[in-house]
Design a protein around this ligand. Structure first.
Ligand SMILES: *[C@@H]1O[C@H](CO)[C@@H](O)[C@H](O)[C@H]1NC(C)=O
Ligand SMILES: *[C@@H]1O[C@H](CO)[C@@H](O)[C@H](O)[C@H]1NC(C)=O
Ligand SMILES: *[C@@H]1O[C@H](CO)[C@@H](O)[C@H](O)[C@H]1NC(C)=O
Ligand SMILES: *[C@@H]1O[C@H](CO)[C@@H](O)[C@H](O)[C@H]1NC(C)=O
Ligand SMILES: *[C@@H]1O[C@H](CO)[C@@H](O)[C@H](O)[C@H]1NC(C)=O
Ligand SMILES: *[C@@H]1O[C@H](CO)[C@@H](O)[C@H](O)[C@H]1NC(C)=O
Ligand SMILES: *[C@@H]1O[C@H](CO)[C@@H](O)[C@H](O)[C@H]1NC(C)=O
Ligand SMILES: *[C@@H]1O[C@H](CO)[C@@H](O)[C@H](O)[C@H]1NC(C)=O
Ligand SMILES: *[C@@H]1O[C@H](CO)[C@@H](O)[C@H](O)[C@H]1NC(C)=O
Length: 887
């Protein structure tokens, strides 16, 4: 799911880059021309076959005031002939984000627009369009030849049904077409390859990205001698890059990222450099393929401005020939296995470099303290390169940076003062996972919108500095910040989305001004020393999905205002001193909860039956409280726990995206669970969705386990230990086939161990000790393979692995049985000290996603685009859900 989502994001960026280049200025109304009657009728017929729920085409009509079709939305006519020249019904990004687009069929009436030069129907849903009808009713060739002047055909994301090859032929591509964009239509090879050969030799721009093209790159491109731009991004293409690409003398941009291309980079480059392409190629994008080997000599590609080889399997040292590419603006080699040292001389000719991505290799950068680079970078990512221990002083010369990632590069230093001056324009700053110490200056001076700051896992101390109010993502966790956070109340208006101060030394009460923070979707204040009550105003966090306050010193009852936080999916209040009864509204109002931990507090009273309304709950931890009464039968209503399979392995609680021209930053916040036993931690992060955990241990629960518990067949861990439970272990316990972990120890269970228990073949931890179980331990490899301590303290149990044989067997008293018992007791204590516990930790996953495209440094464009993506967010969630269900 996640990779699909990112593909989608990437696609959005890519497509907009291209659109930005292509989009002519449209919609200027024209006084002089009046539309041709026949074309008006054709357009109205075309409209009739569409479903226009949002009145996109309300200006299209036959009323008196509307007759001039040249003034209709999306229509532009030739001012000399009056023919419709442009039909552009591409859904705007804003409307697309709100799913306000046209649906229905493409009527063949369109073919009557014989002066049409530019047709763009992108981002509409023609998924139901029976294209065969379109084709069927327009077999007359005379109709076809009417479209002989079409130069631009853009049908991106139109949900086109697999195109019948003759559909394309209708446009007589062989003569006129210059720009063809059929990207993102899920088209299979079989509906593209046949007509590729018939594309005109005049085609300049061809985008077939985000389809399902398979096999090796077809020979058809060989004939497209004028081609300047080719994108086959995000398909399923295999093999290498055919040799004829070396002879495409006009080829300027070649985008092949996210395919399954393989082979040695040296051979591939050899193919590309066999002819004139070496001179024309400015953009070469091959990231995220399966290309291997070292970087060969690239010195002949002197026109290259964009070289993206990231996320392949390249290795070896970085070839010095790269340093001759003096026009390079973008160099991305990240996510490979490069080794060796890069020094200053490597960059000495690269004065045009603006984007440098070397992250996630095994590279060492040896750059001297007083180095003055020839370039002025805007984007720099050196994450996980070896550079420390000093803060890279040469960054001082880079005063145009807007995105900087120097996480995990081994800095053990303080941040020099100049750094904060140069970074005023930054909107992405990642310094995490170093050993940077010292105090932070006033960060509210950072002027960018929607700034992302991650300085987690360092040694910063002192108070939390003033923070920028226009940020979306602020991660200051895992440092040594101290003092109170009441300063938050002085921040009036803000756009914060994710705010993490966890694992610091912060103290005092929680501020009571959360009304101002209602854009927050994740708030993590865990592992600090906060005290006092959970403030009522937290109920204003209407958008909160994850609220993590665990391991503090909070007391008092849960404020009932929290019931307004109905989007909560994770509520982690573990390890505090909260008291009162478990409120009934938790089950009544927080019905989206996936993870609820009240562990290790002072809650008392019964488990309210309303808790059974938590249909999505996957981790319910009420352990280490004073909860009494019975285990509710209605726990069998936990729908997610009664399913063996999980639909979604990742519980990613936020996908937040930021865009710079040509680049997308995404970050996800993955909740993860650490299940720990016997000192070894089992982390569930990308698989958290598979963890289904019920822990009621160390309370005062009594009476028998309701039989309904055995309906929770998806449970992976069940801990009911250290209660006052009685009766039999449910005979159907063997139904819990997903169980990995079962602890029923230290209760008063009696009777035999049900033989079905031996069916739990996946069980890796079992504890039945200190009950009143009796009889023979059922035979079955699983139960015998556990250590005897698992059964200790049940005086009437017998049979293997216990030393005492059962009465029906030959009975020889085991010598030294008391000693054994003592040993077991010791072991058991150790077992308990190490503890069974689930620890919920929350972690960020921040990254960025490259998009092929020449750099566009227009900031206003960036803002516009970001707004679009902000609007996109809901839709992205929907899309992700859709993809999920498709999987
Ligand atoms: C268009 O028509 C309006 C009124 O009919 C007139 O005021 C305007 O000057 C015209 N514009 C052009 C460019 O002819
Ligand atoms: C038609 O429009 C073009 C620009 O689109 C303009 O240069 C030309 O002068 C116009 N012709 C007439 C007759 O208005
Ligand atoms: C395509 O257009 C060319 C030139 O207008 C014409 O000669 C040819 O017959 C057309 N082909 C079809 C299949 O209509
Ligand atoms: C492509 O052109 C060839 C002739 O050049 C023709 O025979 C074939 O039918 C065309 N294919 C399609 C799909 O139109
Ligand atoms: C080089 O070109 C040949 C011939 O087109 C092709 O078979 C081979 O796969 C290509 N090699 C690479 C690594 O692209
Ligand atoms: C660069 O590549 C060329 C051609 O493959 C090779 O001869 C040369 O040794 C390489 N240089 C380095 C430093 O790897
Ligand atoms: C690069 O990877 C290949 C295949 O894994 C391996 O055979 C080769 O030794 C590696 N080269 C270097 C320089 O690490
Ligand atoms: C936040 O962004 C808005 C809109 O771009 C801007 O007007 C405002 O000045 C910014 N605030 C700060 C504190 O930079
Ligand atoms: C446990 O339950 C028994 C009877 O079921 C009761 O007598 C006893 O007081 C309970 N103990 C605790 C600690 O609740």
């Amino acid at each position: 799911m996640s990779s699909k989502l990112f593909l989608l994001l990437e696609y959005l960026a890519l497509s907009s880059v291209i659109l930005f280049q292509l989009e002519p200025r449209l919609g200027a109304s024209n006084n002089i021309t009046r539309c041709i009657d026949e074309e008006r009728e054709a357009l109205l017929t075309f409209k009739q076959s569409l479903v226009d729920e949002y009145g996109v085409l309300s200006s299209w009509g036959s009323e008196d005031g509307q007759k001039d079709c040249c003034k209709w939305r999306g229509v532009r006519c030739s001012n000399t002939t009056g023919h419709v020249k442009v039909l552009n019904l591409r859904t705007s990004d804003y409307e697309f984000a709100r799913r306000k687009f046209l649906k229905g069929k493409i009527s063949p009436a369109l073919l009557k627009l014989r002066g049409l030069r530019h047709l763009d129907l992108s981002k509409n849903d023609f998924g139901g369009s029976p294209v065969p009808e379109f084709i069927g009713s327009s077999q007359q060739i005379e109709v076809v030849s009417q479209l002989h002047s079409l130069k631009t055909l853009v049908l991106r994301w139109c949900y086109l049904p697999p195109i019948n090859p003759s559909f394309i032929w209708l446009f007589n591509l062989s003569t006129s077409i210059e720009t063809l964009d059929l990207s993102d239509n899920h088209l299979p090879s079989s509906s593209v390859y046949p007509w590729l050969f018939n594309l005109s030799r005049n085609i300049l721009h061809l985008d077939l990205g985000f389809n399902h093209l398979q096999g090796s790159i077809p020979k058809a491109f060989q004939h497209m001698v004028s081609l300047r731009f080719l994108s086959l991004a995000s398909n399923e293409l295999e093999g290498g890059i055919p040799k004829f690409f070396g002879n495409m003398c006009s080829l300027n941009q070649l985008y092949l990222p996210r395919n399954k291309l393989s082979g040695q980079l040296s051979e591939l480059i050899q193919n590309l450099s066999s002819g004139c392409t070496v001179n024309s190629l400015e953009g070469l994008c091959l990231y995220a393929n399966d290309i291997t080997g070292p970087i060969p000599d690239l010195g002949r590609f002197l026109s290259l401005k964009v070289l993206k080889l990231g996320e392949n399997h390249l290795n070896g040292t970085i070839n010095k020939s790269l340093s001759h590419l003096f026009k390079l603006e973008t160099l991305s080699l990240d996510g490979n296995s490069f080794t060796g040292v890069i020094s200053e001389t490597f960059f000495s000719n690269m004065s045009n470099l603006q984007m440098l991505f070397l992250a996630d290799n095994s590279l060492t950068l040896k750059l001297s303290h007083d180095w003055v680079p020839a370039f002025q970078l805007k984007w720099l990512s050196l994450a996980s390169c070896k550079m420390g221990p000093h803060f890279p002083n040469w960054l001082q010369t880079q005063n145009q940076l807007i995105s900087l990632d120097i996480s995990n590069i081994g800095i053990s230093d303080t941040i020099p003062d100049w750094f904060w001056d140069l970074s005023i324009e930054l909107f992405f700053l990642n310094l995490s996972n170093n050993h940077i110490s010292g105090k932070l200056p006033d960060l509210s001076v950072l002027k960018s919108d929607d700034i992302v700051i991650d300085i987690s896992s360092n040694n910063f101390d002192g108070p939390i500095p003033p923070l920028p109010s226009n940020s979306t993502f602020l991660n200051l966790s895992k440092n040594k910040f101290s003092g109170s956070i009441t300063f938050l109340c002085s921040i009036v208006k803000n756009t914060w989305n994710i705010f993490d101060l966890s694992s610091n030394l912060l103290s005092g009460g929680l501020p009571d001004c959360w009304l101002n923070f209602n854009s927050l979707s994740i708030l993590n204040l865990a592992n600090n020393r906060f005290s006092g009550k959970i403030p009522d105003s937290m109920g204003f966090l209407h958008n909160i999905r994850t609220l993590s306050l665990h391991n503090n010193r909070l007391n008092g009852e849960l404020p009932s205002s929290l019931k307004n936080c109905s989007k909560l999916r994770v509520l982690d209040l573990r390890k505090n001193a909260l008291f009162g009864e478990v409120p009934t509204w938790v089950g009544g109002s927080l019905q989206n909860l996936i993870i609820l931990s009240l562990k290790s507090n002072n809650f008392h009273g019964n488990i309210p039956f309303q808790l059974c309304h938590l249909a999505f709950i996957q981790v319910l931890d009420l352990s280490l409280n004073n909860i009494s009464g019975k285990i509710p039968k209605c726990f069998s209503n936990f729908s997610m726990m009664i399913q063996e399979k999980s639909s979604n392995p990742i519980i990613g609680l936020a996908n937040e995206i930021l865009v710079v021209p040509g680049y997308i930053y995404y970050f996800r916040y993955l909740d993860n669970v650490l299940l720990t036993w016997k000192g070894s931690e089992h982390e569930y992060k990308s698989t958290l969705g598979f963890v289904k955990y019920l822990d009621l241990s160390s309370n005062k629960l009594c009476e028998a386990i309701p039989e309904e518990i055995t309906d929770l067949v998806g449970l992976t861990a069940l801990n009911l230990s250290r209660n006052n439970l009685t009766g039999l272990i449910p005979p159907k316990i063997g139904q819990l086939k997903s169980l990995d972990f079962l602890d029923l120890s230290r209760n008063h269970f009696s009777g035999n161990i049900p033989s079905s228990l031996s069916l739990l073949s996946g069980l890796s931890v079992l504890d039945l000790s200190y009950n009143s179980l009796s009889g023979k331990i059922p035979l079955g490899t699983q139960l015998q393979s556990f250590n005897a301590s698992v059964y200790a303290g049940n005086l009437e149990l017998c049979g293997l692995p216990l030393p005492n044989k059962c009465a029906d067997e030959e009975s020889t008293p085991s010598p030294g049985r008391d000693d054994d018992a003592n040993t077991l007791e010791d072991e058991d204590d150790q077992f308990i000290t190490l503890g069974f516990y689930v620890s919920l930790t929350l972690g960020f996953f921040v990254g960025f996603w490259g998009v092929c495209g020449t750099l566009m440094l227009n900031r206003s464009w960036r803002y516009g685009y970001y707004n679009f993506l902000t609007g996109m967010k809901d839709w992205l969630y929907a899309a992700a859900a859709m993809n999920k269900s498709n999987l």
